[in-house]
Design a binder for this molecule. Structure first.
Ligand code: MG
Length: 449
């Protein structure tokens, strides 16, 4: 049983639980296994430099050479590792609040390390069985400040620049003061978009908004899109692996809609292909695949699971309902920059506003709720819910997904917070409301027994 790692790395309150000592020991444990050239990068958090230096010390102590990539998006580090290095460590707490930070470990192909390696790191950490080297074998630290440029260039090389240049789209970019400040505004300007920036000064206090790109946190962006009359609003989370869109009317576009839009275009472009997503994603993904020669595989929730499945099965494209899109021929993980460029490309080629493109997709309504539940009760509650729903058609790959005539509802414990998540989807708003309320009531009933 893993004791430190969550769904992607270790994420804790910075300098309270995630101290430089913990960071350094974890990096030494990782370095003890890798022993070669490891790239290190991080987000804009105030505690990132502190933790990064601790991580570098640990890596050197275990016999690695270190390449410091500076402040950059998580997928840019994954891109760098895949192309040049033997492993990577990213200092980031993604969309968590400013006081948190985290460490993500990346394997040589740029994908988050597998469970077995996480367990090995924990074993080394808890047994203090570090493989430290002697003074005369200590490696070197160098920096590589070219990765951001290469990453942007690589995104541009993968899309139809001419159409985008001709469309002259007005885009407002809200980087939430996170790592995307160094990429998205530059990428879009280079593509010929007219870019207005919001919260695009890197700042670890996140003064502009909470780093999670939810509808509530994007009110300023929504207002700006309406006031300026922009074609598109783009928002990212703290480490710039997720992209959320606001359409030209100021509507918040759910992540599964952009996922479906990009899926449709990639399937048409490639004449079909394998799509990987999680059990919590919209049925629209399946509808589009069957219409355009694609096949869908559903995995447990988590971007790492999706990325690994894409790699193992040589998939075309994958993603999650939260705006995390994975282009496996580029980065084995969610990528916000290529996702942004693809959306702009589709709008430019089709010469249609985003709201029209979204309306052309299969229509489903969805609702998400959270129910608080102490971590210690999650297994018991989940077992009870599985038990009371056993007469329905269910999928128990992750939590329980219950299918009814109206649609489906999935109930699963969060891997990172003391909550249950409940997502529902149906063909109309009334049904989805009923489905999600039913899901919440199932959780509450078991909690109160
Ligand atoms: Mg993230």
């Amino acid at each position: 049983m893993k004791r430190l790692f969550g769904t992607f790395g270790v994420r804790r309150k910075a300098n309270l639980v995630l101290t430089p000592e913990l960071a350094s020991k974890l990096a030494t444990a990782f370095g003890s296994l890798v022993k070669r050239r490891v790239a290190v990068g991080g987000d804009t958090r105030t505690t990132t430099p502190m933790l990064k230096h601790a991580v570098i010390s640990g890596l050197l102590s275990s016999g690695c050479d270190v390449i410091d990539l500076g402040i950059l998006p998580t997928p840019a580090v994954q891109f760098a590792v895949r192309n040049y290095y033997d492993g990577g460590i990213i200092i980031t707490a993604s969309h968590n609040p400013p006081y948190d930070n985290g460490i993500k470990f990346v394997d040589t192909d740029g994908i988050g390390i597998p469970d077995e390696m996480e367990e090995k790191i924990e074993n080394i950490y808890f047994s203090e069985n570090f493989d430290r080297i002697s003074w005369d074998q200590i490696g070197e630290v160098e920096s590589n400040s070219n990765i951001i440029e290469e990453y942007i260039e690589n995104v541009i090389a993968r899309i139809d620049q001419k159409s985008i240049r001709e469309a002259k789209l007005k885009v407002i970019v809200d980087c939430g003061n996170g790592a995307a400040c160094f990429t998205t505004p530059y990428l879009l300007r280079r593509l010929g978009c007219e870019v207005t920036t919001l919260n695009c000064q890197p700042d670890g206090f996140f003064p502009g908004r909470n780093p999670e790109p939810t509808k509530d946190n994007l009110k300023d962006l929504i207002n700006a899109v309406k006031t300026i009359g922009a074609d598109l609003g783009i928002a990212h989370d703290g480490d710039a692996d997720r992209t959320i869109c606001i359409d030209e009317m100021g509507n918040f576009v759910f992540g599964d809609k952009t996922f479906a839009l990009v899926e449709k275009n990639l399937l048409i472009e490639n004449g079909g292909g394998l799509i990987v997503t999680t059990v919590a994603t919209s049925s629209a993904i399946y509808d589009i695949a069957s219409e355009h020669g694609g096949k869908v595989i559903a995995t447990k929730v988590g971007d790492l699971v999706v990325a690994r499945e894409l790699k193992n099965r040589n998939g075309l494209f994958g993603g999650e309902e939260n705006g995390g899109l994975i282009f496996p021929d580029f980065v084995y993980g969610r990528d916000a920059a290529l996702a942004t460029a693809k959306i702009v490309e589709i709008m430019s080629r089709e010469k249609k506003p985003l709201s029209h493109l979204i309306r052309e997709l299969p229509i489903y309504h969805s609702q998400k709720r959270k129910v608080e539940c102490p971590d210690g009760r999650k297994i018991e509650i989940m077992d009870k819910i599985t038990d009371v729903t056993r007469d329905y058609k269910v999928d128990t790959k992750d939590g329980v997904k219950i299918f009814t005539e109206e649609g489906w509802v999935i109930i699963r414990p969060s891997g990172t917070e003391p909550i249950f998540r409940c997502f529902a989807e149906a063909k109309n708003e009334e049904d989805v409301e009923k489905m999600v309320e039913w899901g919440v009531s199932l959780i509450l009933e078991q909690l109160n027994i």
